[in-house]
Design a protein around this ligand. Structure first.
Ligand SMILES: O=P(O)(O)OC[C@H]1O[C@H](OP(=O)(O)OP(=O)(O)O)[C@H](O)[C@@H]1O
Ligand SMILES: Nc1nc2[nH]cnc2c(=O)[nH]1
Ligand SMILES: [Mg+2]
Length: 167
C-alpha cells in the first residue's frame, strides 16, 4: 500500500456493507447479460473473490473461475502481470463472462484482464475516477484520494472514549 499513498481520506467498508453493495451489483447486472444469460463469473483474486461469490449466488451462476494479477514494482511503476489464467475452455474470448473485482483504482489491473478477455463484461463494487472507463458496471464511486478499507483487512479494536480516560 505504501507506494499508493498519500490518500487524504479513508472509506471503511464493513462485511454488512460489502454484502449489500455486492448484492446491489448483482441486481444491476441481472438481465443485462447476452441472450441466454451470463455463462460464467471470473473473480480477480484476491479482492474480487468475496464479491464474486455474492454475485454468482444472486444470479445463480455455478461456473466460477479466477484470474490472478500481481503488480510488480519496477522503480515505483507497478506493472501488473497475469500469474494465473482462468480455464480457456470456460472463458474463451470472454463472451457471456462476468469479470468481478472489488474495486478499480488506476485501472491498470483491468487493463491486463480486459486484454485477456476482450468480450467480457467487467463489474466492480467500487470505482475511482481514473479507472472508471475500464469498468462496465459498478455501484459506488469514491474520489481518487480515498483509500478503501475492506473488512478482510480489518479487525475490531478498542477505541479510547472522547473524554480522554479509559474508564
Ligand atoms: O485499478 P488498480 O490500480 O490496478 O487497482 C485495483 C486493484 O488493486 C487491488 O488489488 P491488489 O493488486 O492490491 O491485490 P489483492 O486483490 O490480492 O489485494 C484491488 O483488489 C484491485 O484488484
Ligand atoms: N484495499 C484497497 N486496495 C486498493 N488497491 C488499489 N486501490 C485500493 C484501495 O483504495 N483500497
Ligand atoms: Mg485485487
Amino acid at each position: 500500500m505504501s507506494d499508493r499513498l498519500p490518500h487524504e481520506k479513508g472509506f471503511h467498508v464493513s462485511w454488512d456493507q460489502l454484502h449489500r453493495d455486492a448484492r446491489a451489483l448483482a441486481w444491476r447486472l441481472q438481465g443485462h447479460g447476452p441472450e441466454g444469460g451470463w455463462r460464467a463469473v471470473v473473480a480477480i483474486t484476491r479482492g474480487g473473490m468475496a464479491p464474486a461469490m455474492i454475485v454468482s449466488r444472486e444470479l445463480d451462476i455455478r461456473t466460477v473461475d479466477t484470474i490472478s494479477v500481481k503488480s510488480y514494482n519496477h522503480q515505483t511503476q507497478a506493472e501488473p502481470v497475469i500469474i494465473k489464467h482462468p480455464d480457456a475452455d470456460v472463458v474463451g474470448d470472454g463472451t457471456g463472462v462476468l469479470i468481478v473485482d472489488d474495486l478499480v483504482d488506476t485501472g491498470r489491473t483491468l487493463e491486463v484482464v480486459r486484454a485477456a478477455m476482450p468480450k467480457a463484461h467487467v463489474a466492480t463494487v467500487y470505482a475511482k475516477p481514473k479507472g472508471r472507463p475500464m469498468v462496465d458496471t459498478f455501484i459506488t464511486e469514491v474520489s481518487q484520494d480515498t483509500w478503501i478499507f475492506f473488512p478482510w483487512d480489518m479487525a475490531l479494536q478498542y477505541v479510547k472514549p472522547y473524554h480522554g480516560t479509559d474508564d
